[in-house]
Unconditional design. Structure first.
Length: 548
């Protein structure tokens, strides 16, 4: 490890454990609320103190079931208070919370559970059929715990050893001392979406999780305070809802969980009812909310700020949120391997006198590194590139909440001289603002030069008739690859290929212009709400571009 100084500091040596976050909220913001849209259909509300008591009951219950430090306990659930109790009851007791994505195929879920060696699985009762489908493939799971009361238990089921969560925790005491242990112990396990090969596990520690919660709550990042009401729309199975189940209690804010209802109308109504001030999610979710609000001529009475990440926030979406709804947009970037937050958007003092258009260009970048994350860009030979806002290269990162290897060493040594290669291609400007031009797998290689697809998609989506756009490289006899634009129009809109291509004139270099446009009814979307370009590439693999 690192050498020790002959003179060590004399501060209390308390390990950074996530249990301390819930204890802090329960003691110092005891009455801050957690409101949940339940799978049962109703709205549930209680306080951080109640959450702590039930998390402790769960910790006692798990101990009774034989779960010990380091054992993996999986969840398959929407965002809600019981899931929150599992976040703390499992990890706080020293076991490892493993969140599963219910949008995955049963075979993939079985692969992940077996790879993680999960011992128990806690799940929302709406996922009963899904659990029935993959439970027989997971022989290592000792028991399945249904998030619900006795009246939700099925009369008959194929699931072996099915337990009722409410009965289980109610038969255990809330008296429980969170154990103290090494802060580097594993805390949660989250698998990457695995678009190539099998999913790989990122195993976060208590230390990395607490530091990430501190770092991400700061003003230059998500800026969460005790005066906020925060709705994590991003699922708790997508990189721990970007750390909000930790950064929100640490800030003492009120939490609102949307449960399974993620359509625009449901999200809007819950936001208004609970006076949500801040939220977080991927662009596809905001698309639904914005469409609902625009179609029904609605405004937000409390919603002031949102973080958008997971894939690039289209500038048109940012403009609508800011100009039509007065909602500040924090464009953020990160990945499963980074817990996930790496950068967050915002303006520096020197930007405040700039025109609105110039400011927008800065806000549209993926943002500035937050303390804890260092980054650099490099060429194919690993040579570092300048921060001039123009040179683009492979983005590499390092920091205490970035993985050093995948769970069980999958994929071998992943670091390059101590840096984690993100697989993204980016520029960094002299002020340190990073902009993703593409995922290296998605970049279009035309005549030896690179064409970034995000720029082309953003131009397409700035056309008023376009709702969604994805750009992919298609084989070309002369240039290797050329861009094909796949577009979904807004309902009731009609647009000709030529008119959309004319919209690109003057906005991108001539040789970047898409060679063709196809109109689709929908784009394939993956388990975390991102457009699946690998599927699109597959679909259009034999597409013949016009040769003229
Ligand atoms: P995941 O681990 O599934 O969250 O995916 C991480 C990847 O999503 C990153 O490596 C990026 O390619 C992409 N991503 C995340 N946030 C953004 C963003 N704001 N803009 C563009 N791409 C993003």
């Amino acid at each position: 490890m690192y050498p020790q100084s002959p003179l060590m500091g004399q501060m209390m040596n308390q390990p950074l454990l996530v249990s301390s976050i819930l204890d802090f909220a329960a003691r110092h913001y005891a009455n801050s609320e957690i409101v949940s849209q339940r799978v049962e259909g109703d709205l549930h509300r209680y306080t951080f103190r109640d959450c702590q008591q039930r998390a402790k009951r769960l910790a006692n219950a798990l101990h009774g079931l034989g779960v010990r430090m380091g054992d993996r306990v999986a969840t398959l659930a929407w965002n809600g208070y019981r899931h929150m109790e599992a976040y703390y009851g499992v990890s706080g007791s020293g076991a490892v919370l493993h969140t599963l994505n219910p949008r995955l195929h049963p075979d993939q879920l079985a692969y992940i559970c077996n790879h993680a060696e999960d011992q128990y699985l806690l799940f929302d009762f709406c996922f009963l059929p899904l659990v029935e489908a993959f439970a027989p493939l997971c022989k290592g799971i000792k028991g399945f715990i249904l998030f619900g009361a006795a009246d939700r238990m099925p009369a008959e089921t194929k699931i072996p050893n099915l337990l009722c969560y409410e009965d289980l925790i109610n038969s255990h005491s809330p008296e429980y001392e969170w154990p103290l242990f090494d802060e580097n112990s594993a805390c949660t396990l989250c698998y990457t979406s695995g678009t190539t090969g099998n999913p790989k596990g990122a195993l976060y520690s208590h230390r990395s999780t607490v530091l990430h919660a501190y770092g991400s709550a700061m003003p230059n990042a998500l800026n969460v305070s005790s005066r906020d009401t925060v709705m994590p729309v991003v699922p708790m199975f997508h990189v721990n809802a970007w750390g909000l189940p930790y950064s929100v209690p640490l800030s003492g804010a009120k939490m609102v969980f949307p449960g399974p209802a993620l359509d625009g109308k449901s999200v809007y109504e819950l936001m208004e009812k609970e006076q949500v001030t801040f939220s977080a999610g991927v662009p596809t979710v905001w698309l639904g909310l914005i469409n609902h609000a625009l179609q029904n001529k609605l405004k937000f009475s409390s919603f002031r700020r949102t973080v958008i990440g997971g894939s690039a926030c289209p500038p048109a979406m940012m403009s609508t949120l800011i100009d039509e709804f007065d909602v500040e947009v924090i464009h953020a970037w990160g990945m499963t391997e980074m817990s996930p937050l790496g950068t967050a958007g915002g303006l520096l003092t020197k930007h405040l006198d700039m025109s609105k258009e110039e400011q927008r260009k800065i806000l549209q970048k993926q943002g500035h590194a937050i303390y804890g994350v260092d980054m650099k860009i490099a060429d194919d030979d690993g040579k570092e590139l300048p921060w001039d806002g123009v040179s683009y290269g492979h983005l590499l990162v390092k920091g205490p909440w970035i993985i050093s290897r995948y769970f069980k060493g999958e994929g071998g040594d992943v670091l390059e001289n101590g840096w984690f290669p993100t697989g993204d291609v980016a520029t960094i400007d002299p002020d340190g603002f990073m902009q993703i031009t593409d995922r290296s797998k998605d970049v279009i290689k035309s005549g030896g030069e690179w064409i970034g697809t995000i720029d082309l998609e953003n131009v397409a989506m700035s056309h008023p008739a376009v709702m969604q756009a994805a750009c992919i490289g298609v084989a070309h006899p002369k240039w290797d690859e050329r861009p094909l634009l796949v577009v979904v129009l807004r309902p009731g809109q009609d647009l000709k290929r030529e008119d959309l291509l004319a919209h690109f004139q003057g906005k991108v270099a001539k040789w970047w212009l898409p060679d063709d446009v196809v109109f689709a009814d929908a784009l394939p979307v993956g388990g975390t709400g991102k457009i699946q370009k690998n599927k699109l590439r597959e679909q259009y693999r034999d597409y013949r571009l016009p040769t003229a």
